[in-house]
Design a protein around this ligand. Structure first.
Ligand code: 2PG
Ligand code: MG
Length: 373
């Protein structure tokens, strides 16, 4: 399939900041994809470019692809990977991901398939996973750090569902959030991702509130240590979190501290890489070699194409790591993250709370796929 036209639009994200939407046209079919952005970014994430630069580059890029026939989303992605530069600095990871997803949507439409079904066929031809297995959910209930405006240093306080996704689980989550809202100190605001946000006595107190829900959930946190500049005695912090029965820890140390991640695993935590691994196969190889993690966050916009996202997931799965497909703090109403996560059989989704538009769009898409297949 040849690409006849590409349009890049400037749109707003959920934080009221500018981002882009990419529209691709091929064989008379037009499809779009819009791109979220993170605030607590790892420095190894692929490079994004601003709208103006992308617009300036667009005519040259269009000329280059004018007569190329791409027969699958993988082939197109391979071209993009080659053309975009090592860190996507030539085209911008945001533009590249918009192209990658919009083109996959075009082929899916042509084949009369849902995006997730097309991707599953394209990448996981012979496996038959999601609808039998299902995905668990990680709910960021209380927030701090750079997503918030309170006194908490830890970025996310999680409830991790013991059950797999179902309408019943959504009801449990809705009731849990309501009960939590009634009990938390007031005044109570909401942060970038819709997590509750207020001042607490210390960084540990939110877990006291969350512990009442342990029948249905396990406890976890995204420490987002890369963003914390205060000096902490981290051994003490993790001893205290252990006593509070916290099990999952994302980015408990800064992005190059592989050995510290490893040590924490031996203390019984389930350790997750985000800024550490940035959806990048090379970073993941180091983490695997050093036995630093039990699971990985998967954010396609950290790397730039569906193909590279798949390669990352495959390497993680081949090494028995669990995967968490994740939104970004600055989101759009697009919900392709769900199609990708379902297609690649993710163990967890981290998509915020089900009561804030740009997050709700993901919950509803998951429900739609769950119901209709
Ligand atoms: C994270 C994310 C998403 P951001 O750190 O995991 O919750 O935040 O998108 O700001 O990087
Ligand atoms: Mg994180």
């Amino acid at each position: 399939m040849k690409i006849e036209n590409i349009q890049v639009n400037k749109i707003l994200d959920s934080r009221g900041e500018w981002t882009i939407e990419v529209e691709v046209e091929s064989e008379g079919i037009k499809e779009k994809a819009s791109i979220p952005s993170g605030k607590s970014r790892g420095s190894y994430e692929a490079i994004c470019l601003d709208y103006e630069t992308i617009q300036k580059n667009l005519p040259y890029f269009l000329k280059e692809i004018e007569n190329i026939d791409f027969d699958s989303s993988q082939r197109f992605d391979e071209f993009l990977i080659e053309r975009a530069g090592k860190n996507k600095e030539k085209l911008g990871a945001n533009f590249v991901l918009g192209l990658s997803i919009a083109f996959a949507r075009i082929i899916a439409k042509k084949e009369n398939l849902e995006l997730w079904k097309y991707l599953k066929k394209e990448y996981f031809e012979k496996t038959n996973t999601f609808l039998r297995e299902g995905n668990k959910l990680i709910i960021n209930t209380i927030g701090g750090g750079v997503h918030s405006f309170n006194n908490l240093d830890i970025q996310e306080y999680w409830l991790v569902s013991k059950e797999k996704f179902s309408e019943n689980l959504i009801n449990i989550i809705l009731n849990t959030i309501k009960t939590l809202e009634e009990k938390l100190p007031k005044p109570l605001g909401k942060n970038d991702e819709g997590a509750f946000c207020t001042d607490f006595k210390d960084n540990y107190e939110p877990f006291i509130y969350l512990s009442q829900f342990e029948e249905d959930f396990e406890l976890g946190a995204d420490i987002a240590a890369n963003q914390i500049n205060k000096k902490f005695d981290w051994n003490k912090v993790y001893e205290s979190l252990k006593k509070l029965n916290v099990i999952y820890l994302e980015d408990p140390y800064k992005e190059d501290e592989f050995e510290n991640f490893t040590n924490l695993r031996f203390k019984g935590f389930k350790v997750i890489g985000d800024d550490l691994t940035v959806t990048n196969v090379e970073r993941l190889k180091i983490a695997i070699e050093k036995k630093s993690i039990d699971g990985v966050i998967v954010k396609p916009n950290q790397i730039g194409t569906i193909k590279e996202t798949f390669d990352f997931v495959k390497l993680a799965k081949d090494n028995n790591l669990f995967t968490i497909f994740s939104h970004r703090s600055g989101e759009t109403n697009d919900n392709w993250i769900i199609d990708l996560g379902v297609a690649f059989d993710t163990d967890y989704f981290k998509i915020g709370v089900p009561m804030q538009g740009e997050r709700v769009s993901k919950w509803n898409r998951l429900m739609e796929i769950f119901k209709n297949g």
